[in-house]
Design a binder for this molecule. Structure first.
Ligand SMILES: [Zn+2]
Length: 247
């Protein structure tokens, strides 16, 4: 397989020696943050593999931050995929990737359709909040695993799940202060992205039975239209024909 190469625009100039650092931060509560700075390729892949292996010996939740990554190649991607595989095989281990929109990593992932292989977040805090919530809620953890294993595949199921989840949250449905992680209700059965929204926003989004709350851009225009949109989420409304169940 040829190496796939993506360079960030405005990359490092000739005067700057490329930095290539894998920074491991041990956070309270068995949480680990792994930050990939600079350029990552075959020369750094083994180091990353070793570091992830060491974390998995003790750790439970690993968030890999690719936002400061200027460059990564397919050998690095392979190490990340292996880490995801290990996590998928072990219920107690979680791996999340921070891949901000339009970052170098985002462009590589788009090229090789890698987004669906990982649990992707836009920010480190969002990732840890999601895993914390999942670990406090066995139902959510199970549900999330099920989604990863592509067992359950429709938007209504995710909508229902989010509804049940809200009922079990110890919050008022009108609470507009504390963001809570919900799962994206888009039509992509492999989407495992989280939405951090308040209970009030969630309740408002579900004001009609044909409305679903999704990540921005997770819209299928042939079956739905966007009724509201912001940086965090979009609300889509299904066309009536799309809701009809096949007989
Ligand atoms: Zn989605």
């Amino acid at each position: 397989m040829p190496f796939l190469i993506v360079r960030a625009t405005g990359g490092l100039g000739v005067l700057n020696a490329p930095r290539r650092e894998t920074i491991v931060t041990d956070l309270p509560g068995d949480r680990w943050l792994v930050t990939l700075e600079g350029e990552h390729d075959l020369t750094t892949a083994e180091d990353l593999r070793e570091k992830l292996r060491a974390i998995f010996r003790t750790g439970t939740t690993v968030v890999i931050d690719l936002s400061p990554t200027m460059f990564l190649d397919s050998s690095t991607l392979a190490v990340l995929m292996r880490a995801e595989e290990v996590a998928r095989e072990n219920d107690c281990e979680h791996v999340g990737l921070v891949v901000p929109k339009d970052s170098a990593a985002d462009r590589l992932f788009a090229l090789v359709r890698a987004h669906r292989m990982f649990t992707i977040f836009q920010a480190v805090e969002e990732a840890f909040a999601f895993f914390e919530s999942a670990s406090n809620d066995p139902g959510m953890a199970r549900r999330w695993q099920a989604r990863k294993q592509r067992i359950v595949k429709n938007e209504q199921a995710f909508r229902d799940y989010n509804d049940r989840r809200l009922q079990h949250e110890a919050v008022d449905a009108d609470d507009d202060r504390e963001p809570i992680p919900f799962v994206c209700e888009c039509g992509d059965p492999d989407c495992i992205q989280a939405l951090l929204i308040t209970a009030a926003e969630f309740t408002e989004a579900h004001s009609a039975p044909n409305r679903f709350i999704v990540k921005p851009g997770h819209v299928y225009h042939d079956v739905e239209r966007v009724v509201a949109d912001n940086d965090t989420f979009a609300i889509v409304e299904k066309h009536p024909a799309a809701l009809k169940q096949p007989q």
